[in-house]
Design a protein around this ligand. Sequence first.
Ligand code: ZN
Length: 516
Amino acid sequence: MGGAYHARMPLDRAMERLRERVREIDDLQAAASLMYWDQNTYLPRGGGVARGRHLATLERLSHERLVDPEVRRLLEGLSARADELAPLERDLVRVLGRDVERATRYPSSFMATVTEHAAASYDAWARAREADDYELVAPYLERTLELSRQYAGYFPEAAHLADPLIDAADEGMTVAELRPLFARLRDALVPLVAATAMAGPAAPALPVEADGEAGGEARQLQLTLRLAQVLGYDLERGRQDLAPHPFAIRMAHGDVRVTTRVDPGDLAEALFSTLHEVGHALYEQGLEPRLEGTPLASGVSAGVHESQSRLWENLVGRSRGFWRFALPLVQASFPELAHLDPERAYRAVNQVRRTLIRTEADEVTYNLHVIVRFDLELALLEGRLSVVDLPEAWCERYRRDLGVVPRGHADGVLQDVHWFSGLLGGAFQGYAIGNVLSAQFFAAASAALGDLETQFAAGSFEGLHAWLREHVYLHGRRRPPMALVKQVTGQSLTLEPYLDYLREKYADVAAAAVSP
Ligand code: ZN
């Protein structure tokens, strides 16, 4: 065995062997995904610590198999003869090569340490949030910061400590590119919020009555699942469950699940969290089946993934056309909304408010929430901000950018799980990139397909779905994210389509709000 053996191995046998090896890694990752899904839906609280250990073991095994010497030898042999490979196999060798190269930077034990720490930190965060006590979780955040710097240390060529983590989620993106982009976005959004925000706290957008003992869940879940199917979500290969923090997750081509959250008094929560997660799920369900069992079978980046969830949630689900189609269905399930007409429903779900909670934010303020987090995590990594001073820095940025100040930690620095369930850096930029790209993809789809609003009003979403499947979903990770964006939209990541979309839409919404 050894290099010479593999050098003599016929190409197709080497490829077959490599596919066996990556399928085993895919199986381990599917097991981890199923455990994660369970952890966030049905796992009893008492199982949390053990689950952290289960996931850490799977993570370690998966990493060990990825950096295994045989995999590296096979990759080397196949890369050397890449021009003899079919296009799909060439892409597999290139993408796997990138994954292996990144994974060999750190020992298997490092990721297991991170996973186990993340589980303990998550647990502390949940208690801290309940008690509104930042000090309960601050030591865990210190340790997270330490581990994040250690991770960055494995990539000494990186220009910024956050770059390796950003690159892991959004290949090719760097702090040097994102910081000025987000600064321009912020400078454009602050005046737009000033021009469009309504005064006072948000009232329920779609107030409904709870279903008695079931907590109002049954009717809401039924309706949102029906709408998900209309958009193209395949229930033969999916299911919907409740989760406190909704997510979508793929176990296999035939098993892509969504979760949702219900507010018994406001249908908007379940509706838009479902449309969002269904957007993620349409992407994963739309991957080419023959990518199954390889690292190509996944959305290509955090930003491109989020562009799809935001596209279906906002550019579709918060459009006039959608509400012309959907309102009668909504009213059939919820007669208490009979007083709405499509125009009033459209305005109700597009209110701009200065609020504290990112996940409840409207389209105009949303990115300001994200940019606050992005800037603060860079400050922590750079050592310009200490963990102790983080809550105060958080409040100051909220006052400055959004004009509101948290009452406590739970609706301030402790509201999001990200900093308390993994490494620091690389988790938030994808949301802002996703919003920007959602408009870029939608503009490209509109140019190809004509007036999409008219199609939505007629209950037809298949044109848009098929276009996205053909241009984005099918390819999985076969092209690097920014190459895909350029190819599909004709431009690299650019703010203009997004800002045009927001300005046009919300000038109109604000004008309608003041007219009689
Ligand atoms: Zn998302």
